[in-house]
Each structure stands twice: as structure tokens, then as C-alpha cells.
Design a protein around this ligand. Sequence first.
Ligand code: SF4
Length: 305
Amino acid sequence: MDKVKKAYKILRSCRLCPRQCRVDRLKGEVGFCKAGLAPMVSSFHAHFGEEPPISGFKGSGTIFFTHCSLRCVFCQNHPISHLGEGREVSAEELAGMMLGLERQGCHNINFVTPTHYMPQILEAVFIAKEKGLAVPLVWNCGGYESMEALEILDGVIDIYMPDMKYSDNAVSRKYSSAPDYFEVSKNAVKEMRRQAGDLVVEKGIAMKGILIRHLVLPDGIAGSSAIFDFIVKELSPDTYVNIMAQYYPCHHAHGFSEINRRITHREYMDALRLAREKGLSGGFRQVLETIDRARIPEWTDDLKT
Ligand code: SF4
């Protein structure tokens, strides 16, 4: 419970994410993310659309949190992340959701966009663990994490699933209002790997480790090359990286002509080629039958193929 107390102390002058708004969330003040004191959940259910070792055969026990500390102009979940759709829950209720998902047979509890509710989630985790929660815990985040918060999660979170969205800070400033994204995300994923190591998969199910997601954007805007370079040189060539092709323009993306389209097949294949050339050997790729209309992603577990 020391960790929970330590985590709640951060809320008094909120530094849960690198924005360091320093608002007193214990008194109900809100900062950039608009999150208050009580955690808000938009939905929770068994999810079968995550990476194969995360969804497994019985689904990933996903809990989607409301609000976000990033402001991606192309956010696919903007009613939840930016407009605040969801309802407030108590720590006991949150713990009950976890236990219910485990009872359904889910392989893990998958906290989606959890960064700004870390203390509240931690409190609920301890309640659920006292009642027998045993499946791995997944921290499914945007990669924009503070070291102070991550250090508290050491020994609690089994699987880290961060995005690495951009390698150019001018780009991250423009599309996510995060001018220091690359430096912050590099430090964060290094700490995540230090805590959890490379992904360990047993009988097809992830048990611990780090799985990085990288969304390919039009015109090479995501800066994939520098991200793959970093992963190979500073983490490990065996890092599991999901190179994602599902970008489509939504929310405010229509206001930016350069990202107001899906990626092309060529752009996606170029990203895969880069990953291979840089030496990434672990991970997934989505193979698209067509880019423009019917999209039939399938998964393969080897970037070399
Ligand atoms: S979690 Fe929210 S309030 Fe706290 S520092 Fe980040 S954006 Fe600001």
C-alpha cells in the first residue's frame, strides 16, 4: 500500500505525466488531460482485436479509460479521450471489473490509456489482488509517461504496451501537442524494458515484457526509421514491435492535408523494409490485402518473412 500512498501524493501537484500541470487533483482541479480525482471508464470487456499473444484465445480483459494526456489530432477515440465519454467508478468497482474479466477467462487485464489515473488504478489493483486477481497486468499507453510514475509501477505491471508515435518533436508538437515526445518516450520504454524485459510468450499467451506499437503515418511523418534505430540499438533487436497500418483520418485530421488520407501499400511495405534493414527481428506486422477499401489484416510473428 506504500506504492498507492506514494502515487496519490503525486496527484496533490499532478506530475503523473510529463506535462507536470501541478494542479491539485485531490481537490478536484484538472489539468491538460481534464481528468479529475475519480477514475472514469468508458467501457470494459474481453477484447479479441489486440495482438495475438495479448488477445489469446479468450480475449484480453480490456478496461478503457476516459481522457488522455495526449491530444492527437487524428485520435480514433476522441469522444472518449478528448470529450470525456465515460462514467466515474470507485476503486472497489474498478477492482470488481478486473475480477469479473478474469472470471470470464481473459488472459490479462489490459488498462487502455491509464497514465492519468495511475494511483487510482494501483489502488484498485491492490484490492483485486487481495481478492485473488492473478492474471498479468498490461499497461497499454501512449508512451508519453513520466519516470516518477513508472518507477512506482515497477513490480506491479507485467506487460508494457506503449506506443512510439513519432521521432520528430516538431511533428509530435503539431499532431499531439507534445513537443518533447521522442525523448520522453525513449526514456519511458527503456525503463519499461528494464522492469519487464523482452516479451515472454508461453503457449501463445504473453506473460511479461514489453510490446511496442508503431503506427505508420502518411508521407513518413511518424519518422519510423529513427524509432526502429532506437529500438534495435538501445533496447534489443528482439523487441516485439507491432507495425500498424490502420491509420485513417478522423477527428481533426481533415484539417491537415498531409495526413488527410490512409497510408498506401507502398508506405506500409517501406516501413516493414526499414524495420528489417535496421535489424528488428521480433514482432508483428499487419499484411493488408488492399489499402483503400476492404482491409484484411492478418498477423505474422516474424518480420523476416
Ligand atoms: S496527468 Fe493530467 S493533470 Fe496530471 S500532469 Fe498529466 S496532463 Fe496534467
